[in-house]
Design a binder for this molecule. Structure first.
Ligand code: 3HC
Length: 397
């Protein structure tokens, strides 16, 4: 199959990610069939797509007459076979439970035609394990979009152990046709690229607040107004969903052990069903809209701490040959809206400075999350300190 042969896309799951993916696929001209367990959920998803398209038309990002055209390309069904049988590509966006995903992929494998690529939008689960439930592991691939998929212009394409080069390249081309910049995650590691860096950052700020060294508002004001992040980190946690984050954190802890030790800061909120924006309550009260983060608190949390753990995690990704510096930086800029990527930041700050700060944090807290990556030690040992020496993660002429 070539990317030009793709006409029909099945999207399974119509939640936050699923309906967004269906929308961008239809916007790119594909016939989309969106599947979910009942018609009420599907009707709500269509309402959200309509709202989003109208908003994009209001901002002149699409033509007003395209709203109904794009909507007309999206069909809905509760019967998987109705979507799977005609699909050239299926994109799964159901809850993050490995058993559910394996069951779904086994069914998709039976229903879809032989040429169809089956992609998963999983945040952190193993593409390889999912592929083992099918008879076409070469055609199973990760296609990881970012919330909200309509606005975040990144797609991570992930190679599972058995994914063929052909599947990988068709999927990357398809994501580009859907308007995304693609980064390739070369290994099927938990958290892929962006969630690895975000995971390190979430852990740092969660533990800092848990230790009562800073408040939620101080962290958020500092990263928003000093670092220029589009949202505070706790605001982002609420936006993504505390349940979603807890799932990712669990998978990361299983994979990386103490280095990704989850913090119990959100446990009581989770127990009370306060999951963030979608339930109106989380770290913030969303019933009156986005939280208003006070500018006066900016600087009360040291943003270099966030930079330091982000640079260290980027170093781990390079050390493990998961991604290149340019893909990591692109990932954080387009997937999370950061003004600079961690490799660029590290080179600007000085890798010796970053390493020094990590060593201080490691000796102060004794926590594995602050242990410097050997690659960083190696670079600094060789005098690759960043921009000031002409070489760090990047080479400067
Ligand atoms: N479709 C169309 N328009 C939308 C929209 C959607 N789905 N969602 C929001 N908008 C609109 C808003 O209504 C608003 O319109 P208005 O100006 O008329 O009020 C406009 O977009 C801008 O929104 P805001 O003013 O509220 O906010 P921002 O300017 O900050 O932009 C944002 C919103 C793009 C979400 C930005 O805050 C951002 O980039 N945040 C970071 C998001 C992020 O990091 N995402 C990745 C999370 S991790 C992930 O998804 C991985 C997973 O595996 C966990």
């Amino acid at each position: 199959m070539k990317v030009e042969d793709i006409k029909n896309i099945a999207v399974i799951g119509s939640g936050t990610m699923g309906h967004g993916i269906a929308q961008i696929a239809a916007t790119a001209g594909y016939n989309v069939t969106m599947v979910d367990v009942n018609n009420e959920i599907l009707a709500r998803a269509i309402e959200k797509i309509k709202w989003s398209l109208e908003k994009l038309a209001e901002k002149r990002r699409i033509k007003p007459e395209d709203v109904s055209l794009i909507l007309s390309r999206i069909k809905t069904t509760t019967r998987l076979e109705d979507a799977a049988e005609s699909a050239d590509v299926a994109i799964e966006a159901i809850p993050e439970k490995i058993e559910l995903k394996k069951e779904l992929f086994a069914r998709l494998d039976q229903l879809a035609s032989k040429h169809a690529i089956l992609a998963t939008n999983t945040s952190s689960l193993s593409i390889t394990e999912i592929s083992r439930s099918t008879s076409r592991p070469d055609k199973i691939v990760g296609m990881h979009f970012f919330n909200p998929p309509q606005l975040m212009s990144l797609c991570e394409v992930i190679k599972g152990q058995f994914t063929s080069d052909e599947t990988l390249s068709i999927t990357a081309e398809l994501a580009k046709k859907m308007g995304k910049t693609v980064i390739i995650c070369k290994k099927d590691v938990r958290g892929f690229i962006v969630n690895r860096v975000l995971g390190a950052v979430f852990n740092e700020v969660f533990w800092t607040v848990y230790r009562k060294e800073s408040t939620i508002e101080e962290v958020d004001a500092s990263v928003k107004y000093k670092a220029g992040f589009p949202m505070g980190i706790f605001e982002l946690a609420d936006y993504v969903g505390l349940d979603v984050l807890a799932n990712v954190a669990k998978v990361m802890y299983e994979a990386y052990g103490e280095r990704m030790k989850p913090c119990p800061l959100a446990t009581s909120l989770l127990n009370e069903g306060k999951l963030g924006q979608k339930t109106s309550q989380g770290f913030y009260d969303w019933s009156i809209g986005r939280p208003r983060i006070k500018f006066t608190l900016a600087g009360k949390y040291d943003i270099n701490r966030v930079y330091t753990v982000a640079v260290n995690e980027a170093a781990w990704l390079i050390h493990e040959d998961v991604a290149d510096p340019v893909d990591i930086d692109t990932g954080m800029k387009l997937g999370a809206g950061w003004p600079s990527g961690p490799c660029e930041l590290g080179d600007r700050l000085g890798l010796d400075v970053v390493l020094g700060k990590l060593r201080d944090m490691y000796s102060k807290y004794g926590e594995e999350m602050y242990r410097p990556c050997p690659l960083l030690e190696d670079y600094v040992g060789k005098g690759r300190l960043g921009k000031k020496t002409g070489q760090g993660f990047y080479i400067y002429k």
